[in-house]
Design a protein around this ligand. Structure first.
Ligand SMILES: N[C@@H](Cc1ccccc1)C(=O)O
Length: 502
């Protein structure tokens, strides 16, 4: 009989005695797995091979699992330290035992939460006891980790479930197809098979020469296993930012734009932030080395801002009575918040005077010399916004947030009274993380004070906010660590698959 080349290769490589997995056939024939699968299905249709399918589970250690396999489970290390402190006879002080165990940070909590559960002893009133009969050597979780760290595997069961729950192992499922020669296949092979020329792809040559009319085309098998092709996609944060802009434009806002590196005057002084405010020191701020100062500031505005800082505003104004220095205000830094755009716009500097009612926003980067952690990056996107109108109240502010966040399916925003030098009253906003259930801070807001607005020449109310785009993305995508989204530690798998919905 005549068969296409790839089918012959599979037929000749498959065995009648045992089923061979597609991967092994692919390696032996030097064909891609999807070609082997396709050929196998074709051969099955001819009755020449049998294709069996099974789902394989592979269990592998996570990074944390590997660490414990190497250094011991935290609860076991705690138990060993407790024994050393004689806690099998008399309760020993927790602090000392933890110190001796060498456990640090999150590992301490992990040890404590598993210690009693696994019968290693008890913890009460700052003291720890160790059950003398406990047997770490028989710890099923530890044994399973050891197995996995070696070549071993782990059967389904409670231990596997528990390790998975603790995030120490990952279970991946894959479909394995195995091919075995049938009797008919053996017979045909012995009778001899010849290569039938088939064409896998139409080419321009085939079309122009007209040969396409005579050749035999190979059939496509759309169910064949194929390698996953990772295409490019818009970054989750970029997508999120576009969604936020859409929503705000839909709510009647116009977009603001302005410099990333700006004078402290626009970043801080115009916000009635005293020049000796702790956030203005170099710890929190990325100063510019070259150039160090802005060329120009509007003179009359500088004068009014300085007066507000020194004497306050209005009859009862007090001001800070602290030094105010124009040179200090002219120093350039990467903006620590995008509220610098709001001061530029409100003052008339950016696009001329703005008449109320007006609404403006930006979704732009801000830069802070913070310590990196699960909720902090050195540069992040702020969703800045303000509404200028007569007689605004906290209800307007809260209502605006409810309307905004509801468009992302977030309907349980919480508010906490807060302090900013430039708003009164002020509120922080919190949202509940969809998987951890933790409350995370998602923004800061308030109604701009007289001391800020008067020098800027604004005569009616302005309510304003700065919301964190990355935190909103954490709430909508379920990401638990902001570093998964952005930066050198970003989780590519997550970025490929995360969906931005609104
Ligand atoms: N600038 C504030 C946010 C904010 C803007 C406007 C008014 C109130 C608060 C921050 O970065 O946290």
């Amino acid at each position: 009989m005549q068969l296409p080349e790839s089918q012959i290769a599979v037929l000749e490589t498959a065995s009648a005695d045992e089923a061979t997995p597609v991967d092994a056939l692919a390696a032996a024939t030097d064909l891609p797995p999807e070609t082997v699968t396709g050929a196998a299905f074709e051969l099955e249709e001819e009755g020449l091979v049998a294709v069996a399918e099974r789902v394989d589970e592979t269990v592998s250690l996570t990074e944390e699992g590997e660490e414990y396999a190497e250094r011991g489970l935290p609860e076991v290390r705690l138990y060993e330290a407790a024994l050393e402190a004689g806690a099998d006879a008399d309760p020993a002080p927790m602090g000392q035992v933890i110190g001796n165990s060498g456990l640090e940070g999150a590992a301490v909590d992990i040890a404590l939460s598993n210690y009693a559960r696994k019968g290693y002893g008890s913890i009460e009133g700052g003291e720890i006891t160790a059950d003398p009969d406990a047997e770490p050597a028989a710890d099923a979780e530890a044994t399973a980790l050891d197995e996995l760290a070696g070549e071993g595997t782990l059967e389904e069961g409670d231990v596997l479930d528990q390790l998975e729950r603790r995030g120490l192992v990952e279970v991946a499922e894959s479909t394995v197809r195995e091919v075995e020669l049938t009797e008919q296949g053996v017979t045909e092979l012995m009778a001899g098979v010849e290569t039938a020329e088939t064409v896998g792809q139409v080419t321009p040559e085939l079309l122009t020469s007209g040969d396409w009319e005579d050749v035999e085309f190979a059939e496509y098998n759309v169910e064949a296993d194929a390698e996953t092709v990772e295409g490019g996609r818009v970054h989750v944060l970029r997508e999120m930012s576009e969604r936020v802009k859409d929503v705000l434009v839909g709510m009647g806002f116009e977009e603001m734009d302005g410099p990333h590196a700006d004078a402290d005057f626009w970043i801080n002084d115009c916000l009635f932030m005293p020049q000796d405010h702790p956030a203005r020191t170099h710890w929190d701020r990325f100063a510019l080395e070259q150039p160090t100062h802005i060329d120009e500031l509007p003179e009359d505005l500088v004068e009014r801002v300085e007066r507000a800082h020194r004497e306050g505003v209005g009859d009862d104004g007090e001001g800070y009575h602290s030094p105010w220095d124009e040179d200090f205000a002219r120093a350039l830094a990467l903006r620590g918040h995008t509220t610098s755009l709001s001061t530029r716009y409100l003052s008339g500097e950016q696009i001329g005077e703005i008449e109320p009612p007006a609404r403006f926003f930006s979704v732009e980067k801000a830069y802070r010399n913070d310590t990196l952690d699960a909720t902090h990056l050195l540069e992040f996107y702020q969703i800045e916004g303000w509404v200028m109108a007569e007689d605004l109240s906290v209800r307007d502010l809260m209502g605006t947030f409810e309307e905004f966040y509801a468009q992302f399916g977030i309907t349980d925003i919480q508010f906490k009274p807060h302090y900013n030098p430039y708003t009164e009253p002020s509120f922080e906003l919190f949202g509940t993380h969809p998987t951890t259930g933790e409350l995370i801070e998602i923004g800061n807001s308030g109604i701009f004070r007289e001391e800020m607005l008067e020098p800027l020449g604004v005569e009616c109310d302005v309510m304003a906010w700065g919301l964190a785009l990355e935190r909103l993305a954490m709430l909508t995508t379920g990401a638990e660590d902001i570093r998964d989204l952005h930066g050198t530690l970003a989780d590519l798998e997550f970025l490929r698959n995360a969906e931005v919905t609104y």
